[in-house]
Design a protein around this ligand. Sequence first.
Ligand code: ATP
Ligand code: MG
Length: 376
Amino acid sequence: MIIKSLSIRNFRNIASADFIFDPKVNIFTGNNAQGKTNLCEAISVCFGKSFRNPRTGELLPFGSSDKEIAVEMCFTFDNLPDKENTIIYIQKNSSFDLKFNGIGMKDAEELYGALRYVLFIPEDLYIVKGDPEKRRNYIDFVSNMINRVHNIKLYEYNKALRQKNNILINMSGYDRNAALMLESWNETLAKLGVNVMCGRIRYFDMLAAGAKSYYSMLNSNNEILDVKYESSVMKDISFTAEDHIKMYETYIERLRESAERELRMKYTVVGAHRDDVSFYINNMPAKDFGSQGQIRSIAVALKLAEAEMITEKSADVPIVILDDVLSELDEYRRGFIINHIDKFQIFITSCNLSDTEKFDSGKIWNVKGGKFELRQ
Ligand code: ATP
Ligand code: MG
């Protein structure tokens, strides 16, 4: 898709702004706290949901809660480039209304997913350097984006896991009935856990290969990125998403092996909920040895790989929003991002005007106090 234009009224610190976008690259520069992320967020509400998860009324301008927020986005789908579509988001007090080509969306989630955008925000660095949970959440998010049943599988798995853990918590000493129940929960967990793992790894290779390729472009092939799914169940055994039986049998075996530890720890110590993803740069773990620029480059490469995956799996090319992506990157990497990502329409924010010195083509706005001025 291509966003042609956007109009914003009374959205956080943006009183009024109108944009006609470039089909390729759009850059917004300005000092801290001027409205760059607010603009990205205004785009995201047109996709059905703010990525900041604001509390009720938080989007209304400070001190004028009686005003009406209006964001209007005109865009085209790739298969019908001449037909303009409109999404209008209107919020008055705490209630909001979202219309797609004049038709009200009962559930904003309907829109979220039908229209796709890929977002990088600085918090995404934690996908690389944060806890394993962040990486699992990201892989689950990507898996669910491609296959909407993934979250249902995950929900069922987590429910079963909670029930088994409750038995472990309430057990004191040997209890024959509880032991039999644990055995039965292990079978359920192995079955559901294999489902979750298969859902994750089915598209993982595609994401990993895309990230590897973007990473090498970002640093002109000097460094090699490897991305690996680390299964707490399969450990060093190689497996694919088709190896259900092998995975199930190994899963059960691992759960039995860890029975004693589970009783001591009072939770399930192996399974899909303990899996992780590792990033290696030239064979060294990036989490431990990666520089700030390298970690940021991995996060950006992942997001661009995500956009490639959506392009491949859906009929439409997603737009890409990169908020505050350029800081900590050297001139080569910045140049690649602003001049060489040509498969998607991109929106980039930056605090640093000099980031855009080598900008070849596209549009640049400067923002001050919520007012946007077109520079190029
Ligand atoms: P940075 O470079 O630091 O990320 P930014 O340009 O992205 O800065 P924004 O996050 O867009 O900054 O925020 C701009 C300003 O908007 C901030 O000063 C923030 O306090 C203000 N702001 C946030 N919510 C509201 C609101 N509801 N009404 C008015 N102003 C708001
Ligand atoms: Mg910001």
